[in-house]
Design a protein around this ligand. Sequence first.
Ligand SMILES: [Zn+2]
Ligand SMILES: [Zn+2]
Length: 152
Amino acid sequence: MSVWRKCGVCKKDILLGATYQKCSISSCRKFAFCSVDCWSVHDSVMGHKSAYAEEERAPLTLKEERPRRRIVAKSAGRSQEASQSDLPMDVLIVVSKLKAYVKAKSGMNTSGDVGDELSKFVRVLVDEACENARADGRKTLMARDFSTLKIG
Ligand SMILES: [Zn+2]
Ligand SMILES: [Zn+2]
């Protein structure tokens, strides 16, 4: 049998599947005690006023200890826009073409993180252009949606 936790007082092993005592005070739930005696020691050390020991059974496998993944349901009434964390944050620039352009234009080399940085600008421009398309009642982003944006 493998050890689940150690007693919060005497440090004796509490095995998987074994019964143990836990303190009724919610902030003490992280502690496990091998016996009521050990819990009583804890009780007097902590000076609880109206606490009691609760008998619990340790999980049979350590796997049960893992926190369950929280599934966040998307609310139906939400707009179609993805929240910031859902958005793909890939590099939107063809870096090889960019490098070729920079080289031809200025003779300079382009560092690898430029594509990432430029993608931020592209996103800002595209976001604004989408607003223009929306204001125009369209669901298709078009070149002219960029015409009011200040480029060059
Ligand atoms: Zn103990
Ligand atoms: Zn306690």
